[in-house]
Design a protein around this ligand. Sequence first.
Ligand SMILES: O=c1ccn([C@@H]2O[C@H](COP(=O)(O)OP(=O)(O)O[C@H]3O[C@H](CO)[C@@H](O)[C@H](O)[C@H]3O)[C@@H](O)[C@H]2O)c(=O)[nH]1
Ligand SMILES: [Mn+2]
Length: 703
Amino acid sequence: MGVEGYLPLFETEELKGRIAYRLYALSVLVCISLFLAYRVTHFPGKEEDGRWAWIGMFGAELWFSLYWMINQSARWKPVIRRTFKDRLSQKYENELPGVDIFVCTADPKIEPPAMVINTVLSVMAYDYPPEKLSVYLSDDGGSDLTFYALDLKIQGVFENPHHIGVHLKLYKDMENRVEIVTTQGEITEEMRKAHKGFLEWVLDSNPRDHQTILQILIDGRDHNFVDMEGKQLPTLVYMAREKRPNYHHNFKAGAMNALIRVSSQISNGEIILNVDCDMYSNNSESIRDALCFFMDEEKGNEIAFVQYPQVFNNNTKNDIYGSLIRIGIELELHGLDGYGGPLYVGTGCFHRREALCGRKYNKEYKRDWKRENTKKVKFNVKELEEKLKGLSSCTYEVKTGWGKEMGLVYGCPVEDVVTGLTIKCRGWRAIYFNPARRSFLGLAPTTLAQALLQHKRWCEGHFKIVFSKHYSLWQGHGRIKAGLQIGYCIYNMWGFNCIPTLCYIIIPSLCLLQGIVLFPSISSPWFIPLAYLVIAKYTYSLGEFLFCGGTLQGWWNDQRMWMFRRTSSYLFALIDLILQALGFSKSAFLITAKVTDTDVSQRYEKEIMEFGIPSPLFLILATLALLNLFSLVMMSFKSVVMNMKAGDLEALSMQMLLCGTVVALNLPVYQALFRRKDKGRIPSSITFKSVVLALSACIMSSY
Ligand SMILES: O=c1ccn([C@@H]2O[C@H](COP(=O)(O)OP(=O)(O)O[C@H]3O[C@H](CO)[C@@H](O)[C@H](O)[C@H]3O)[C@@H](O)[C@H]2O)c(=O)[nH]1
Ligand SMILES: [Mn+2]
């Protein structure tokens, strides 16, 4: 029996239809084996044509089969969570823990201050006792513009009680003032004098070289900080940690760790929520939902973090860049939850401070929520600010466990994933909570280049994980469930799809020109498993996508984006990785832009793909698209001119189908190459190079 009078604060339900799914998966597995058996038994001999092509195809198929199996882990046992917030209030309303909210921003040009402040205000407006809520803004841009915007808005809050929680648009006036300053790019003398905070920006400070700037703008302990209705306000702190050229700042992970330390001396909330500067809160109940997990008497103690889905408010209907990763958020993360917890994806995540700071979980651990928060700060604001600056200095972490055993883990462009796994390996579990109303909304990339570069960074991060001790199969061994170890591999191994996909897009089209047969012909019995695989897999994939709330066109776009990512982002990540290993380049964190030109955003609204710049990513995409187009055209031409026999054509039919599908997926590329006139088309230098490359490949292989 459990605790007396125990009422669970949340419940868990397994996703339905699992038996049917497992039967389907079994049938696919059988056909995969049959198809591989066909490959092995029909291999061309040493003297025959196409031996290399067959080796390439076989290698790719072996990988795809393995990757398909890895993917099953996320579909085997997905779970769905539900909370009981009324029970939470009944039982714990007076013992609610302190919650510290961290917002990270890094660059006032690509992350506009007005947006950052909107996010800050949205999290100040949570339905939660203000004296238990503290908001911290970390500004890696060290920007006086961001500070100015924050300060201005806060004055607005004092002057207008309805400000918090109301959408930014109503505050056009203030927004305009912020905008003017942002475009001017500097703070005037007059503004500088108006607030003591600006004194901290000394003349020669720049984003990469400055002292710590720490300002407690609202001190939650001080009951004079009330809005016009007399309602108390949450604590609000601005921090730009010290930056020096000789010290590596570890990007977002470094910022988060500095905030963990600084906040521990101000509010020391037991729960930490972190959001990116574009991820505003869209649901004032999210804290209470998350607490239902942490505070459940029986199951809550082992929970280290509660992750909400990362979704966007600027997605178009058919999500042309597949930014939503729909299957990931609506299905796969639920699947990982069933085995011990989702990935930590870096934003929209509630942490237990102790777990984030390196504590190990064991069965004896039991949080007593009735215990008072022991942090009673005696200093006044000014003293406190001065005292805490040292905590975010460059040298503070030297020879400490920060970045390894404590806080977010350093050294990886997907620091969040590594951190989440490390926490789980310390014995904790995590929860994925995906309520009907979206809890956080951010900005998805609005150009193809941005979308592909974001995936390049992620892929590079996951590659690094595989070659480090943080690979789930090593680090997780004996510490987390096998299902979860494999579940992590879905993402860790994203990049390995690159070469096999390139094989599958290049080899069949070139072989088509040479008349080399790669697949069983329609009349052969070996055709049956292949046909089953193609039909069953794609029908299922479409069904899954629709079930997850997508559209038919959205699914098609998603297929295209996965092809693009695998052949360009992942390839570049691989090349970069090799260059880094050889010492030719260094890892960087390219921040995703959150501002867009008007004509670019108009095209985005209309779901017209945005190329525009002569990126090498596009050269690859265009060349592959043309290669398949040329092969298909030349092949059709040849079959008419040379009057090919029906039997020969039949043997090549699967290759023609494959080529045809690639061509169909690439329609937006051909339009951008040859038909469009707007600025978002593919630049002519890329058009020229890709035509030359694709043509020469075709000509060379036809002879
Ligand atoms: O030196 C830096 C670099 C970035 N950031 C902040 O980190 C956040 C995420 O950066 P963004 O460029 O928007 O990343 P995304 O492409 O959206 O990246 C996703 O993937 C990242 C890992 O690659 C996670 O950290 C993010 O939470 C997740 O949203 C933003 O708020 C940035 O301001 C910093 O604070 N300091
Ligand atoms: Mn982002």
